[in-house]
Write a protein that binds this ligand. Structure first.
Ligand SMILES: C[S@@+](CC[C@H](N)C(=O)[O-])C[C@H]1O[C@@H](n2cnc3c(N)ncnc32)[C@H](O)[C@@H]1O
Length: 479
């Protein structure tokens, strides 16, 4: 059962109805694959489906799970096995847990980290809600990650609420371990070795995530600064020297960085890595169409899991790393929605690169130094005008920056799951602030152009500029 503190009551006008009618000769007639609700990943609401008790589209509501059972893996803790043959596309089990706000999810994530809980899991449901399967959940929380999974997470609308299910990607014979791609978002801390054993294994949980790639080796296709051969000591004069960063990093992290940078082709099945033993775990997973996870409280877990199988006993064979990091895995959205592309710098087409310390790299154009241009001009009025526009531009930029931080959770959710919509309100606020910034920049640059072209310049000996500035000044005046 999905553990929600309270279910929202679905308004009658929001109930989606299909036009299926039960026909005893056609088993698919009662809300099979052709059902309008099935096609939009929405379960039929009892009492509002003409097929009545024949309706096959109420699997979450009726807990129509495939048979599965727990087993002990090597190095990955508990896992879940198919206990019957499962067909491709079949609903296997609901991903259950406490539905909490994103803010609460962040709070719990830190708390779990501090408590050193391993296997703490929170899945991000959408920009506002998460599912925490740490204390309460279904067997789904024992499904491990694989880089070549036989299952996937999908979001379904059930009685007006979004719920997450594990579905078979392919036919799965009985006795096979169930696994889906966590799509962990790695935010920092220890890198956890993936032991899925797939030929295409990406090596670490969260290795494909943006944070992980920025922190380790990859960035953009044409940006070779982060290639394995070119790990920079300094990226630019603005950067903190790498050696300083390394000094502040714990040794286990440095060790795993080194492995990644120098040995991409390492085998992923060569056992538990030393160095993770002392770390502690808190994961946040976001289902692709889906949900993220964070931690597990050993003695409070209820349901079929705890007693019989003694699931929460200390596990010595399991990698006993506890990630000091919070990872987020995604759920792929199967619902149609609008997409808005929100980025911090609306002018740059390329995604702007961010260092793990949150500062961004300059990938784009060199900025005109408005103050310097002002100093070249003889007219006080022109100088004032430029300074004025420069001030407005700074203000618009800082407004956009603070807005970005405010709506960051929604943006990040959107970036992680491109099919998940950023709400129209958020998008509109963002567009408005971006336009203000663009306008401020436009005003500034047109004022500079106008004044450089149309007002008298100071004689060079009057400018009192440093040598480098003089060179730039000549460029501004002549280009
Ligand atoms: C959602 S839990 C899965 C159930 C878990 N095995 C347990 O015993 O509670 C996720 C945790 O399982 C482990 N895990 C899952 N998939 C893994 C993999 N492919 N490689 C290594 N560890 C994995 C990691 O410790 C991860 O934090």
């Amino acid at each position: 059962m999905l553990t929600r503190f309270s279910h929202r009551k679905q308004k009658e006008e929001d109930i989606a109805t299909c036009d299926c009618k039960y026909n005893a000769d056609d088993p698919d007639s009662a809300c099979g694959e052709r059902c309008l609700n099935v096609l939009t990943s929405t379960e039929c609401t009892p009492g509002y489906c003409l097929c009545g008790s024949y309706c096959k589209n109420q699997k979450f509501q009726k807990c129509e799970y495939a048979k599965s059972k727990l087993f002990k893996t090597e190095g990955r803790g508990w896992g879940l096995l198919a206990d019957e043959n499962i067909k491709g596309g079949q609903f296997i089990i609901e991903y259950c847990g406490e539905v909490i706000s994103r803010k609460e999810a962040r709070r719990r994530s830190h708390a779990y980290e501090n408590q050193g809980l391993k296997n703490a899991f929170i899945i991000t449901l959408n920009a506002y809600e998460s599912i925490d399967a740490t204390r309460k959940g279904s067997l789904a929380r024992f499904i491990n990650h694989s880089c070549q999974p036989n299952c996937e997470t999908r979001k379904w609308t059930v009685l007006g609420e979004i719920r997450v299910g594990i579905f078979a990607k392919q036919d799965i014979p009985a006795g096979t371990e169930l696994a889906y791609d966590y799509n962990f978002e790695w935010y920092g801390g220890a890198k956890v070795r993936c032991l899925c054993g797939a030929a295409c294994c990406s090596g670490f949980l969260g290795a494909k995530s943006r944070g992980f790639q920025e922190d380790t080796y990859l960035w953009e296709d044409d940006d070779d600064r982060y290639s394995v051969e070119n790990i920079p000591i300094y990226d630019s004069e603005e950067d903190v020297p790498t050696s300083k960063l390394l000094n502040t990093t714990d040794s286990s992290k440095v060790e795993s960085n080194m492995i990644l940078k120098h040995d991409h082709s390492m085998k992923m099945n060569d056992g538990i890595q030393p160095g993770y033993g002392s770390l502690s775990t808190a994961l946040v997973i976001e289902p692709l169409n889906s949900v993220p996870m964070e931690g597990v409280v050993m003695n409070e877990a209820k349901i079929e899991l705890s007693e019989e199988n003694k699931l929460y006993q200390p596990d010595t064979t399991h990698q006993s790393f506890a990630h000091k990091n919070a990872m987020i895995s995604r759920i792929r959205s199967n619902s149609a929605c609008r997409n808005y592309y929100i980025q911090r710098n609306p002018i740059t087409n390329k995604r702007s690169a961010n260092y793990s310390n949150g500062r961004s790299k300059h990938l784009a154009q060199k900025q005109v130094d408005a103050k310097l241009v002002g100093q070249l001009l003889a007219s006080n009025e022109a100088r004032e005008e430029i300074n004025n526009y420069e001030e407005k531009k700074k203000q618009a930029t800082s407004e956009l920056d603070s807005l970005y931080n405010e709506i960051r959770p929604a943006i990040e959710e959107h970036e992680r799951d491109s099919q998940d919509s950023v709400s129209t309100t958020v998008a509109e606020i963002w567009i408005e602030a971006s336009c203000s910034k663009l306008k401020a920049e436009f005003d500034l640059y047109s004022s500079i152009i106008k004044n450089v072209a149309c007002t008298p310049k100071k004689a060079q000996n009057e400018t009192n500029l440093a040598e480098g500035d003089k060179e730039n000044a000549v460029k501004y005046l002549t280009n």
